[in-house]
Ligand binder design. Sequence first.
Ligand SMILES: [Zn+2]
Length: 416
Amino acid sequence: MPKLFRLGFVFLCLYALFSNFTLWGEESLFTPEIASSPLVQKLFSFLEKNREKIIEEWIYLTEIPAPSGQEEKRAVYLKKQFEAAGLNEAFVDRSGNVIGIWRGSQKGRKIVMPAHMDTVFQGVKEIKVKREGNILKAPGIGDDTASLINILWSVRALKHAGFKPKDTYYFVTTVGEEVGFLGMQAFMEETEEKFDLVIALDGDLGKVHYGALGFGGGRITFRGPGAHTMQSRGVPNPNLAVAKALERIYKIKLPSKPPERWTILNVGMIGGGRVRNAVSQESYFTVDLRSANQEELEKAQGKIRKICEEIASEVDVELEMNLNKSSKAHQIPGARESFLVETVVDILEFLKVRGIEVDPLGSTDANVGIKKGILSVNLGRTYGRYKHSLREEAEIGGLFLAMKQVLLLVCSLNSQ
Ligand SMILES: [Zn+2]
């Protein structure tokens, strides 16, 4: 028996060796030799040489306001830059996305690299970037203008170094990301290309998302007849229904692992009644429910519904439920162990990026690729603070690391 066991082990090892270690997932394409190659050295020194120009253009682009739905000015600028950089094609599509295509060989992969042009700052007409040492301050400086600069300068660096891609790249600077990935969805629906990979740039440096987070929950309202406190004995009280519902909703068991089933909920708002001396006629609360897994999301959603219905009949109040159905969770089986994620993680470790986190909880343009079954990741743009607020900050050094991340990834993908 021990002999048989040993034989089995040897067989397993041989299998692993000849099948490229697929037993334990795919292999990373990154090697330290790639990082020390003359090509990569040339790319990195190009970035350093142009450090001030890069920062200047980052500031310039950030100061062009582009709230969702009003991205035209940025689009005009980016299209011009894609053309000047020498991409094979550069155009604005029907939705207002800018597409820059860099053709590789016939046999290469087709890779989409999106970053979003829009910001959440509706009505902000004037933006002035403040520079304080290694920090830039302005609404939109990080999210996601840093990624637009990343794409522009990665392309320029690669062109400057005479890089010849095997893969064909579709650089897509998107509209309407902040309001539901609108531009990316339109691009993926209208195109006839079959894409192999999506590499989106958004979020904090060091964070890697390989799945699409699903959103659920909604607003739940209980209604009753109301009454003066003096006549309130036995009158159904919607406030009581809210209290009872919350008690039970927080007892729902939600998985925290594995990461592919991770689920969480939060009751962020509650309210009800108008005066102290009357029974509330209407009381409500909101649930923000999020999950990596659509089945878990729907299961939790179902439990919330059942609890609210039971409570409504127990307290004898009317129930109105407005539950979100819009944004589904999606995962690509094996994505965590895929060559793409392994390569990205190796690169981040090589660059000594701090706070590396790899999870399936993305909420970026990459979600659109994942929903289509395309292996997709989202990579960070820089370190920052106060995202989606007027006092947003971004680190200059972080953008340079994020650009190196992209360049090393492109070179690693080109090595095979
Ligand atoms: Zn963003």
